[in-house]
Every structure is written in C-alpha cells, then in structure tokens.
Design a protein around this ligand. Structure first.
Ligand code: ZN
Length: 321
C-alpha cells in the first residue's frame, strides 16, 4: 500500500464529532468529486464518486450523520485500469435536494449555485481543518517521504483550487497552484509543511511514519556527507603524494639521492616506496617518528631544492587535511 493510500485510509476512519465539521468535510468531498444530474422532471440527483472503498464508506457515514439519509453505494469496475473500482454514492431521489445543496454550501439561499463555500462554513478553525481533510480525501495525494517531498490536491475547478490554496495559507502553509491539462494542482513541497498539513487534517499515524523516515533520511544524509568528506580528503592525500612522488623523481633525474641531506633522503625514499601513505603515516615510519608538520617541513625543503635546481613538479603537501 502506498504512503498516499495509507494516509487516506487513516483519514477515512477519522469522523469529526461536531456537525459543523462533518458538514464542512462533506461539502469539500462534494466539491471535489460530486456531480448533479437534473432530470426532465426537474429532479436533482446528487452523486459522489470515489475510487476508494474507505472514502465511499466515510461519505455514506457522513451523509447519514449530517442529514439522517441512507445512501446507496454502487460499484463500477473500471475496465482500463486493473483492479480499480469506482464507488458511486447517490442520495435518494425523493429528497429535498435544494436543502441538502444549501446546507453543503453548493447552492445559495436564492437557489443559485455558488462557486465557493460560504464564509460561514469556514468560519471556525475546526471546520477549516475538516474541509481540508475532505479536499485531501477527494483529490489529494502525498509522496512517500523516502522520495521527493510532495503533497498535492488536484481539482478541475479553478475556483476550488484557489479556495483550498487560501485555506492552506490561512494555516500559514506556502501552498502554490500549478496547472496541467485542465487540472489545477494545489501543492506543498517543504517537508515541514507536509508534516503540518498531515497534522491539520488529522493524519497522525501518517505523520509519525513520515517523521521517522525523515529522521532516518536526515541521518543517512549526514553519514553520506561525512563519507564524502573523508573521500575528498583521501583524494587530496593521493593527489598530494602523487605530486611529491613526481617532484622527487624529477629531482632524482638531476642529482643523486645520496647527495641529499639525511632527513630529506629518508623521506624521499619513503615516499617513493609508499606512494599512498599519508604524511602522518610517513612520519611514523621515520626513526625517530616525526609529526605531520615535521614531514611537511621536509617536503618543503625538497621543494625549495627542486626550485633552486630549476626542476619542475610542484609539491603541495598542504593539500592534505
Ligand atoms: Zn466545526
């Protein structure tokens, strides 16, 4: 089960206690996935369509709780997509649909369809949270925190996209809208904001697993940074010692190694013998052992000598950290 599906399963089980919130959530679900059919007899049929059995059950429960109505759920099998069902929840035909539509904020008191839910419905903090939960259940998805951080709610209604975006902004979330083939996508990209959104809509289990992965990911990144840092230092050691080796070889082509002062001869021979050793390691091979800075000092002298003799090849022992 994907992280997105898990989150929705969890949210489908959350049932707001207050009627105001239940209504707000149902209103969002209807705006996301609802449709109206008006028959020749001017009967209005209200349906809500979802691909999730749990969301269908939730809609059934919400309609029963808010309006005391028993709805029908029909299952349609999608032919094109494997194993994918579509659940259609329809309100009974012989009800006062105008009343229901007005309660859901889909229709105003004059009987006109309204593009946005009325302010009254979103006046309370609790209802705004419930509304966002409904919108997420109706058209939301969230990436697994293992991948790129992304949460979105997708709708074909531009007005509704703006409503959702503004609602998120009221919770101080930096939501943005992008457009794709006639769809409007309200999205969040920051992991902190996704965590906050999961908190707002009440997906607490999803929030904890998101946080766990985020912490592990953070530690993994830190370990990777350390490893990269060590690799970089190792590369520096190797390239510094390569330059030293080249310098010594160039020097040897001009003068005999025995003509070098004993400490320089010693270090030059050791470097040729152990091209991969770090300065510290070379120092430990000397008798008596010499510290890193002492070894560095000897290489500087070799370098100065090479310069005096006009031998090319630059030693740069300071490259090592
Ligand atoms: Zn409420």
């Amino acid at each position: 089960m994907s992280f997105s599906v898990e989150t929705k399963e969890e949210l489908a089980r959350v049932l707001a206690e207050k009627r105001c919130c239940q209504l707000a959530e149902l209103s969002a679900l209807f705006r996301m996935d609802g449709s109206l059919q008006i028959s020749a007899e001017h009967h209005v049929a209200l349906t809500i369509t979802t691909e999730s059995a749990s969301v269908a059950r939730k809609i059934f429960r919400l309609i029963k709780a808010v309006f005391g109505l028993q709805t029908q759920i029909m299952v349609r099998h999608k032919r094109r997509l494997k194993k994918s069902n579509v659940y259609v929840i329809s309100l009974p035909a012989r009800i006062d649909s105008q009343n229901v539509l007005q309660a859901l904020g889909i229709m105003d008191q004059e009987g006109n369809f309204s593009l946005e839910p009325d302010e009254g419905m979103l006046k309370r903090h609790c209802c705004r949270r419930a509304y966002l939960r409904g919108a997420f259940l109706g058209g939301g998805s969230v990436n697994s925190p293992e991948g790129a951080y992304h949460l979105e709610i997708i709708t074909n209604d531009e007005h509704h996209a703006k409503t959702i975006c503004e609602l998120l902004q009221r919770f101080e979330l930096a939501a943005k809208i992008s457009q794709r083939k006639g769809w409007y996508i309200v999205y969040l990209k920051e992991s902190d904001q996704i965590v906050e959104m999961l908190n707002i809509i009440g997906a607490h289990t999803a929030l904890f697993s998101f946080e766990n992965v985020r912490i592990v990911k953070g530690m993994r990144n830190q370990v990777n940074r350390l490893v990269n840092c060590e690799t970089a230092n190792l590369n520096k050691t190797v390239s510094a010692s390569l330059r030293q080796k080249e310098l010594i070889e160039a020097l040897m082509s001009r003068i005999s190694v025995d003509s070098l002062p004993a400490p320089l001869k010693e270090i030059a021979e050791l470097r040729l013998q152990y091209p991969d050793a770090s300065l510290k390691e070379l120092g430990q091979m000397l008798t008596p052992p010499v510290g890193k800075s002492g070894v560095n000092h000897r290489f500087r002298k070799l370098e100065a000598l090479a310069e005096q003799l006009g031998v090319s090849g630059k030693s740069n022992p300071e490259g090592e950290h």
